[in-house]
Design a protein around this ligand. Sequence first.
Ligand SMILES: [Mn+2]
Length: 335
Amino acid sequence: MPTMMPRRVPDVLAEADRILCLAHREPDGDAYGSLLALRWILEAVGKQVVTGIDGPPDQTYRFLPGYQGVRTPDRIQGSFDLVVIADCSSVDRIGGFQDLEQLKQLPWLVIDHHPTNEQFGTPGLNWVDASCLSTCNLVLQLTEALGWPLSANAKKCLLVGMLTDSLCFRIKGVDQTFMREVMKVMGPDSYDFQYVVSRTLAFITREELQLQSRLLSRMQLDDGVLWVGMTSDQATGPQGERLKTRGIIQRLAEVDEARVAVLFREAEADDGRTEVKCSLRCDPDLDVSRLALDLGGGGHQLAAGCKLAGSLDAVVPEVIARIKDQVLGLPVGGS
Ligand SMILES: [Mn+2]
């Protein structure tokens, strides 16, 4: 069931003049798509807009209009009268922006589709609709509610979010409502599907494909849990660059024997300690979002994630035991 847009949401946007729009760290296509679409939509009606994401940008999305203008928290100057936060389930996902003094007294409008959203916006300004397949659909609905125009740039950004978050129509929940909204951002002034897919979902470098094949050759199946662990040195390319693990979790989830798929990635946290990032996927009759939330993360029923302090050796057995217990409902201590 769709969640109604809170009554004050369109008014708050219409009344603001200087707006800071934010999306989540480690941005994906929906984070960039919803953030940059907001920029083009708001600028077209005369607003001043600054866009921000903490942490390094993802070069994959450099083709998107407005990509170059996205700022980190240290590059935010001036004052605003509204903060809009797109596609973030919890406040830590905006990183250093949560510490900026000039934002603390402002209204925060949260627009998101993660069922684990913590409603961290100003009371009355949290629009969380978990029935929506992408935050870009919510941005489109908001624009229509306001009667504002959609520029070619806005359409392109919205299309990228819708196509990437739906894995190009392959996820559960793709319906006529979703398709009708996709149709509204298609057309001769938008991107071609083939272009978007080749730049995003199907994009991979040779080094990344080699990493993928090394990791997949060591996948392990444990009571329906198919998983792969990656140490931080495995993710470093020949020039010291950080290799992306794109596509790996999707490949694992596609395996017939996998009821739950997990990719564990060891990395160094901001404070220098070792942490493990866990990406979780599951069969449609299961739910990994609750476990991810319990472990300090969040996400969707079938695709969620979390970060845990510790090494791979410590985290992997603990998470697999919790999956067997909480997600698969297997008896604790054996099968
Ligand atoms: Mn999203």
